[in-house]
Structures are given as structure tokens and as C-alpha cells.
Design a binder for this molecule. Structure first.
Ligand code: GDP
Ligand code: IMO
Ligand code: MG
Length: 417
């Protein structure tokens, strides 16, 4: 049986997964998203044109690939329909699992109300309703995409859910939807999305059985994983490679190569510990040069140095076969480049990710900077200092760096044999 290859983020998201999925998608027949929702924001630049994708798998720019939104995703029909408008020939190229959960406007209202009420303990979510939608799934009061095929019944079920929860929703300021308007909205979603709704688990099994090449696309990043990330400052899904099994319905032994995506430095959006964050001029340099502003929310990303301790943790959690190191060019022009190789916690230095990273201080190893890697397409043509940096990262992280990206463009990518 053919095995499916997997792409996963190794840091706090925004590693550049979209560029690599798009780059690799040219060689795959199927691209399947397995977790998250429209909290994800993947920017793809090809032939000078920029695409922002949130729910649509990044394989969409390969006209020959079938794209699948798996059951592990929470799907906002409104945002999905809007995103599809960028593409005019999408029918027959994208399918949504009937078992994916619906993310409806009230989920976003609940998300935002809870964040407001938390005050300085807020997670800094994207406010899109991700936590409440996954919460409803896990507490078994959610609604699935398959229910859109009978909008009348779905409308009645949502209204009865509101009736039960009215006192809680009133306290949070969440609006009770008007019955007629809700039905109209659900009928619209149903009419637009029915052609795409199917049992995608069967589709993926059949694809693998018939030798098709399948790429599994993760969203977010390992340090945002609900179990293994910096809880509670995480997202609500299983972002690591294991999430692909439950999020698409495939068995562990069908997973082949795991390509982990990492930036040559590190960023984080939202709150929570980030030991290698740089609050000085270098952090500012990375933010400006790397255009580190969220694709989904426009928020400035917190910036800092590559964290080799968190990376080793991510390599082991995901079973990474090779790393794709992104945005090397953003480090161009710095005199010194640093890498976090340990955490100092209460006077003790450790080299693993502990239960909590709260208050962890970074221990750095310093490297000499270089002038220009931007646009370089062969490893040997990189400045010597950049080559040294990459080879040292491999040692520190315990995985081969097989792909290096030197600009947003699809072509500016070094593939190492
Ligand atoms: P994702 O969420 O992991 O897909 O990443 P995002 O799209 O949120 O953020 C990555 C950003 O970096 C996008 O704007 C990409 O166009 C850009 N990018 C990707 N690779 C490179 C690179 O090698 N160099 C530079 N300068 N930008 C890159
Ligand atoms: P991509 O796929 C970066 C972060 C949010 C917040 C936390 C919880 O583009 O890499 P949520 O709305 O999910 O409940 O927010 O997770 N977050 C991301 N950060 N990239 C993402 O996706 C993210 N998706 C969620 O900023 O800190
Ligand atoms: Mg992103």
C-alpha cells in the first residue's frame, strides 16, 4: 500500500507550511488537511501572485490535485464559501468530510466573550471560535458538516441548543439567532457546500489503495498542540503528526515521510511563554524583515531566536524524517545569530521541554552572521556562515535539514540530497 507523506509545523505556527505544501503539492495527487480551522493563515506566493488560505488546503494551486478537508477540521461554512471565491474551477477538486464539525457564528461570539472575561489571563486566540467549536465536539453537543444536508432539522437542533444554554449565553452577551434568519443562512450554506460534502475517509483509503500520492497538511504548530504545547496557551486541536490519523481516519502505519517545517528563527502570536523571544532591536529586525504580522488577524508576531530545545522536542513528537528550514534570508545582515540550547529554570539548566515553560530563561549559543542568502537555490552557494549555522542546527535538533527556503517564492528553495 502507498504511504501518505505529512507536513507539520514544528514551532508556534506560521513556519511557512503553505509555501512547502504548495511546492510539494506539484508531486501529489491528493492534499488533505487534518486539523484546525480558519485560525490558520497560509500565505503562498507563486509567479508574483499572493494567495491567503485559511481552510482550503494549500494544494489548491496544483490544478491536478484533489484537496480534502478532513473530519479533524472545524469548518466555518461562511468563511469557507468566501475563500472558495478566489478560485473559479474548484468543483471536483475539493471535498469536505461529512464528519468535520461546523463552526458557526455563535462560536466566534463565545470565543471573544470568554477572552474578554479572562482579562490579563486571555490566551490571545484568533477570536474565530476555534475553542468553542472543538469544545462542542468533545462535549458532544456540536453539529457536523453532514447535517447541512438537512438544514431544517439542523436549524431546529441549534435553536434547541440555544434554549438549553440561554442563561449562560445571556450572561456572556451571545445573541440568540433569529429562527427564520438562521434557517435562511443554513439553506444557503447547504446549497453552496452540498457538492463538496462526502465521506472523505473512504476517499483517502481508496486513494492509498490505488497507489495515489497523498500529502497530509497540518495547520498551526507543535508548540500549540492541545496536549504537548504550552498549555493553556495553545489551540484546541491535535496539531502534531498523530492528529493526521484521527483527523482523516487513517492508520498510523500508512504514514510515510514526515516533513517538519521550521523557521530559521522563531515567532509566536498570542500570549504564553516563549523563552527565546527577543525584546530588543534584533526582534524588531526579524519582525520587519520577515513581515511578521499575522495572515489571519494582522497582529504583530512576537519574534526571537531559533529554539533548538523545543525543536528537538518537536522532532521526537512528530517522528520528523527531515526538516524544511524556512526564511533563512530573514537572518541576512545580522552580525550575530543566536540559538537557544537550554532553559534556565529556578537556577537549573535543562535541555528538554518541561511541564511548564513559564519563567524559563534561554541559554544561548552564538553564531557569526552572514550578508546574503536571499534567493540562493544551491546549498554550496550559501555563505559559509549560513552553511555552518544549518549544520549545527541539524546536530542540535537530531534531524536532517533537507529543504531550505530563501524567499517567499516557490522557486527559491534548496533541496539537499
Ligand atoms: P504558515 O501558516 O506556516 O503557512 O505560514 P504563514 O503563511 O502564516 O507565514 C509564512 C510567511 O513567510 C508567508 O508570508 C510566506 O510568504 C513567507 N515565506 C515563506 N518562506 C519564506 C522564505 O524563505 N523567506 C521569506 N522571506 N519569506 C518566506
Ligand atoms: P498557522 O496554520 C500561529 C494561535 C493563536 C493563539 C492560540 C489559540 O497559520 O500556522 P485559537 O484561535 O486557535 O484558539 O488561538 O493559537 N494560533 C496560531 N498561531 N499560526 C496559526 O496557524 C495559529 N492558529 C492558532 O494566535 O495564540
Ligand atoms: Mg500562518
Amino acid at each position: 500500500m502507498q504511504k501518505a507523506d505529512l507536513i507539520v509545523g514544528l514551532q508556534w505556527g506560521d513556519e511557512g507550511k503553505g509555501k512547502i505544501v504548495d511546492h510539494l503539492a506539484q508531486k501529489y495527487d491528493y492534499v488533505c488537511r487534518f486539523a484546525g480551522g480558519h485560525n490558520a493563515g497560509h500565505t503562498i506566493v507563486t509567479e508574483g501572485k499572493k494567495y491567503a488560505l485559511h481552510l482550503v488546503p494549500s494544494g489548491v494551486l496544483n490544478k491536478d490535485a484533489i484537496n480534502i478537508v478532513g473530519n479533524g477540521v472545524v469548518l466555518s461554512p461562511k468563511d469557507f464559501i468566501k475563500e472558495l471565491e478566489q478560485f473559479d474551477d474548484i468543483e471536483g477538486r475539493i471535498y469536505i468530510s461529512d464528519k468535520a464539525h461546523l463552526l458557526l457564528p455563535y462560536h466566534a461570539q463565545i470565543d471573544q466573550a470568554k477572552e474578554r472575561l479572562k482579562g490579563d489571563k486571555a490566551i490571545g486566540t484568533t477570536g474565530k471560535g476555534i475553542g468553542p467549536a472543538y469544545g462542542d465536539k468533545i462535549t458532544r453537543v456540536g453539529h457536523r458538516v453532514g447535517e447541512l444536508l438537512n438544514p431544517q432539522k439542523l436549524c431546529e437542533d441549534i435553536l434547541s441548543y440555544f434554549k438549553i444554554n440561554k442563561p449562560i449565553f445571556d450572561a456572556m452577551g451571545v445573541e440568540v439567532p433569529d429562527g427564520d434568519e438562521l434557517l435562511k443562512e443554513l439553506e444557503f450554506y447547504s446549497q453552496k457546500l452540498s457538492p463538496f460534502i462526502t465521506d472523505t475517509t473512504l476517499m483517502v483509503w481508496d486513494a492509498l489503495d490505488s497507489g495515489k500520492r497523498v500529502l497530509l497538511e497540518g495547520a498551526q504548530g507543535t508548540m500549540l498542540d492541545i496536549d504537548h504545547g504550552t498549555y493553556p496557551y495553545v489551540t484546541s486541536s491535535t496539531t502534531i503528526s498523530a492528529g493526521a490519523c484521527s483527523g482523516l481516519g487513517i492508520a498510523p502505519h500508512t504514514i510515510g515521510k514526515v516533513v517538519g517545517i521550521a523557521k530559521a528563527y522563531c515567532t509566536r502570536v498570542g500570549n504564553g511563554p516563549f523563552p527565546s523571544e527577543d525584546f530588543g532591536k534584533d526582534g524588531e529586525y526579524l519582525r520587519e524583515k520577515g513581515h511578521e504580522f499575522g495572515t489571519t488577524t494582522g497582529r504583530p508576531r512576537r519574534c526571537g531566536w531559533f529554539d533548538a530545545v523545543a525543536m528537538k522536542h518537536a522532532v521526537r513528537l512528530n517522528g520528523v524524517s527531515k526538516i524544511a528550514l524556512m526564511k533563512l534570508d530573514v537572518l541576512d545582515g545580522l552580525d550575530e545569530v543566536k540559538v537557544c540550547v537550554g532553559y534556565e529554570i529556578e537556577g537549573k539548566v535543562i535541555d528538554y521541554v518541561p511541564y511548564s515553560l513559564e519563567g524559563a530563561k534561554p541559554v544561548y549559543k552564538s553564531f557569526k552572521g552572514w550578508q546574503k542568502s536571499e534567493g540562493v537555490r544551491e546549498f554550496d552557494k550559501l555563505p559559509k556562515e549560513a552553511q555552518d549555522y544549518i549544520m549545527e542546527l541539524e546536530k542540535l535538533c537530531g534531524a536532517k535539514i533537507g529543504i531550505i527556503s530563501t524567499s517567499p517564492d516557490r522557486e527559491d528553495t534548496i533541496i539537499r540530497s
